[in-house]
Design a protein around this ligand. Structure first.
Ligand SMILES: [Zn+2]
Ligand SMILES: [Zn+2]
Length: 59
C-alpha cells in the first residue's frame, strides 16, 4: 500500500495512475486516484526498475 503524500489516501500502487503522460521525462510516479498527486514508487519497486534499466543500458 502507498499512502498519498498530499491527501493521505491509502491505495494500492496497481490502483494508482501510472504513465500519465503529463510528467516531464516520462512518468515514474504513481498518481493518487483521489487527488492526482504524484507519489514516488515504493523504494523496492523503484530499485528493481533501476536494476532493469541499468541492465538494459549495459547490454
Ligand atoms: Zn492524494
Ligand atoms: Zn505522471
Amino acid at each position: 500500500m502507498i499512502r498519498c503524500g498530499f491527501c493521505g489516501y491509502e491505495f494500492d500502487p496497481a490502483e494508482g495512475k501510472r504513465g500519465c503522460g503529463g510528467c516531464s521525462g516520462g512518468c515514474h510516479n504513481v498518481h493518487c486516484p483521489r487527488c492526482g498527486y504524484k507519489n514516488p514508487l515504493e523504494s523496492g519497486l523503484a530499485q528493481r526498475l533501476k536494476q532493469v534499466m541499468h541492465k538494459a543500458a549495459k547490454e
